[in-house]
Design a protein. Structure first.
Lengths: 399, 393
């Protein structure tokens, strides 16, 4: 078999399917998966389909496209070595690995990593970003399509605590939030070539939040959160569609549900976008729903807020009323993800606590201890849930 | 018989043409990749070239590595990923890498340090023992990663000496490691070990932080506007006269840091002020014109000038600081060079926002400290000396 034919064969195996998890917090931008067979009873090592060692550290989430899982890592001197890795979802075998050298600054706080932003995929390509503001775009079989060194192009575009905003793809444009105290901007990069389609000046303020896609009919818009509020833009032009200027957190990101944006602002604020050019309508605001580092997760008409210490708060999505609270073992950095009526919360020590959120006060129904530091948000696809630490990637579910 | 010979000739010719064609294709691909630049410039052509490189066989590894010499950082990444792809495919297919050629390339230190490190890692994949043995001769390698690994081996040997109570041997090996290391974390590990062995290291001297300064301040930085404001002394540093400060007239004064990491701490002379700017200046004497790096660390907003030319400005407060945080490649002139730093403090009142400081050293591209040939303040004497030396040449 020549390599071209082999490429075609591999491409056939990797056609993206429904149920992919192609970006930070999954397909709905709120941590929820509509998968129905994700394991609930985590029964020791029996639950582990496979685990593999990673060559470097990272707090980015794995993303899953078809039968492939993609992970970023950083390592080496000052974490200047950047990795994009592709594994088979079936057995965890490595399909390919590409390494790059950071061109921007790699300094970051001990609690994060240069491999902090989660990659994104449109089902044909995977785009990975690092805290150094280096961005690489690869075909699913590892062919390099383009490379950008935004930290090199714009020398003050860095944060000495690290950059964590994850990538998003909308309208054929890669949205990269490079927001910080100094040279702060969001760039729209042509997915095909990586060149700037637009570059939008943004508030000079450290920002670790990630963008979300808002769908209005057939149109896609992108909401950019910052300490000043939320700016929703047309991803093709970068032009602002509407703005919310009442401030927001620079750490946890907004979540989306049925066209309503739940913004970590004064606790949590629900915004109903209006027509282009119109300010969004505030549906409610709750100071009792106050996210920590983790972003809000939305499951079955309820919004879940997890603070850093481990208090899980359930709020009614229609009103913002607090319904119940449950004490989990913290501390937490990772955002919980959900499938069915179960919320998967992994604390910083690697303890996964599965909460049945349909119970009147919520109930922990299962636990599993990876016994390793985990700050990364898990990912769900193909009836399995994926966790990563600084040293390992696990698939929990059927092999 | 003749027919057979002709057939062989045809095959050989075709093979030769194929090789020539392949090498031309690789050369063209590398040319396209080397042409990439800022803001995605050249990405489309590079992508097409990359695929051709990635599909080529292991014979292309050396040409790709060699093409890294003199390439910019964008192009280096394209080529690195191509090497990954070619080597990965070959190894998966059970093939072999050209170890002898890779070894020759590795040992030629004129090549790009990153490319040499990549060659080293390819060798290590195939023959970890040989790679490990090679490290013994690479303590002073121009590749910082290779050097770090080589130093780490020496640290390991020193640790073994220590475990077997050979303190003298351990001290010697730690000192050897210290002489070669350019990695800050590694240096800190070694100096801690030496301290435990009653061999304290003067870090200020070891790193070569500039300790003697003249400073002036405080000036106003209300609303962080002082960062952009051009105070008169930015245009002319004479160390004389007085200026309108934030709360009255201010003058240059001498300041010498004794901080082990060379911090120039403005809180010491001025108190824990907020919304203020101060300047620090020093003279650095170089015996010849040379390329060096000024390496600044600090968590306040700052600007840096060399001989009146603005080098870099960084507007970020109280995020984090580390040694060599901001390396700035510069050209020193022979004789006196004037370094001016503007360091700003903002309005935040939390305890972790008290620092109003920076550290600076002059190094080569590897981080080896370069010291001033004269003490600051000896301009006339040193210039005269340089002039005299020139006359003797």
């Amino acid at each position: 078999m020549n390599f071209n034919l082999m490429g075609l064969f591999l491409a056939g195996c990797t056609l993206a399917q429904a149920g992919d998890w192609r970006q930070f917090r999954g397909p709905f931008g709120n941590g929820f998966s509509d998968e129905t067979s994700v394991p609930v009873a985590l029964d020791g090592d029996k639950s582990i389909a496979w685990k593999i060692n990673l060559p470097g550290e990272g707090v980015s989430s794995p993303i899953i496209v078809g039968d492939r899982v993609f992970v970023t890592c950083s390592g080496g001197l000052k974490q200047q070595r950047l990795y994009v890795l592709c594994f088979s979802t079936k057995d965890g075998s490595i399909l390919w690995e590409r390494q790059f050298w950071a061109t921007g600054r790699t300094m970051c706080h001990d609690k994060t990593s240069v491999a902090a932003p989660t990659p994104a995929s449109d089902g044909k390509q995977v785009v990975a970003m690092f805290s150094s503001s280096d961005i690489v775009c690869l075909e699913l079989d590892g062919n390099l399509l383009w490379f950008r060194g935004l930290g090199r192009d714009y020398p003050n575009a860095s944060n000495s605590l690290g950059m964590t905003s994850s990538l998003l793809i909308a309208g054929g444009v890669v949205i990269a939030q490079v927001e910080n105290d100094s040279e702060s901007f969001t760039a729209g990069l042509d997915l095909k070539t990586g060149v700037n389609q637009w570059k939008l000046e943004r508030p000079k303020h450290a920002n670790w939040t990630s963008p979300v896609v808002l769908k209005v009919g057939d149109q896609e818009f992108v909401s950019l959160q910052s300490a000043k509020g939320v700016t929703t833009i047309d991803p093709v032009t970068g032009k602002a569609i509407w703005e919310y200027t009442d401030g927001a957190s620079p750490t946890p990101s907004s979540a989306l549900n049925n066209g309503v944006l739940y913004v970590p602002s004064h606790g949590l604020t629900a915004l109903q976008p209006g027509a282009p050019g119109e300010a969004p309508r505030q549906l409610w605001r709750s100071s009792q729903l106050r996210p920590g580092t983790a972003s809000p997760t939305i499951v079955g008409g309820k919004v879940f807020i997890l603070n850093d210490g481990g208090v899980l708060t359930c709020g009614e999505i229609s009103s913002g009323n607090r319904l119940w609270q449950l004490r989990l073992q913290g501390p937490f950095s990772a955002t919980p993800v959900a499938a069915g009526k179960y919320l998967y919360c992994v604390n910083e020590k690697g303890l996964v606590q599965v909460v049945d959120v349909s119970k009147p006060e919520g109930e922990i129904v299962s636990q599993f201890d990876f016994a390793e530091k985990i700050l990364s948000t898990p990912s769900i696809a193909g009836g399995a849930i994926y966790f990563r630490s600084d040293t390992r990637l696990w698939k929990i579910g059927k092999s | 018989m003749i027919k057979n010979i002709l057939q062989i000739l045809v095959v050989v010719t075709a093979f030769g043409t194929a090789i020539a064609s392949a090498s031309t294709e690789i050369a063209e691909s590398l040319k396209a990749i080397r042409a990439v630049g800022p803001e995605g410039q050249g990405n489309v052509a590079a992508s097409a070239g990359w695929k051709k490189l990635a599909e080529s066989n292991v014979a292309s590894l050396l040409p790709i590595l060699e093409a890294m010499d003199g390439a910019n950082d964008y192009a280096l990444n394209w080529m690195r990923a191509a090497v990954d792809a070619v080597a990965e495919r070959e190894l998966k297919a059970g093939g072999k890498l050209p170890l002898a050629e890779l070894g020759k390339f590795l040992l030629e230190t004129r090549h790009n340090p990153k490319a040499r490190r990549l060659a080293f890692e390819l060798i290590a994949k195939a023959d970890a023992t040989t790679a490990d043995k090679l490290l013994a001769g690479m303590l002073n390698d121009p590749s910082l990663e290779i050097r770090r690994d080589a130093v780490q081996k020496v640290i390991g040997q020193a640790n073994q000496f220590l475990e077997s109570s050979n303190r003298t041997g351990a001290v010697l090996l730690y000192q050897q490691a210290l002489n070669s290391s350019r990695d800050v974390k590694q240096i800190e590990t070694i100096t801690m070990k030496l301290k435990e062995l009653d061999q304290p290291v003067d870090l200020l001297k070891l790193f070569g932080f500039l300790a003697e300064w003249k400073i002036v301040g405080p000036f106003d930085n209300t609303g962080n506007k002082g960062f952009e404001k051009v105070y008169p002394l930015e245009k002319n540093v004479s160390f004389t006269g007085e200026f309108d400060g934030k709360t009255g007239k201010v003058r240059w004064q001498d300041y010498t840091t004794k901080h082990k990491y060379g911090m120039v701490d403005m809180n010491q002379p001025y108190g824990k002020l907020k919304e203020v700017v101060a300047y620090a200046a020093t003279e650095f004497y170089s015996e010849q014109a040379q390329s060096v790096e000024l390496r600044l660390g600090g968590k306040n907003s700052w600007k840096a000038w060399l001989n009146g030319k603005l080098l870099f400005a960084r507007d970020e407060y109280h995020a984090d600081a580390e040694i060599d945080q901001y390396p700035m490649p510069v050209q020193l002139q022979a004789g006196r060079n004037l370094i001016l730093i503007k360091v700003c403090q903002n309005e935040e009142l939390k305890e972790w926002t008290e620092e109003w400081e920076f550290q600076l050293r002059v190094t080569d591209s590897l981080g080896t400290p370069i010291l001033s040939a004269r003490k600051p303040g000896s301009a006339e004497a040193s210039n005269a000396s340089f002039e005299k030396n020139k006359g003797n040449q």
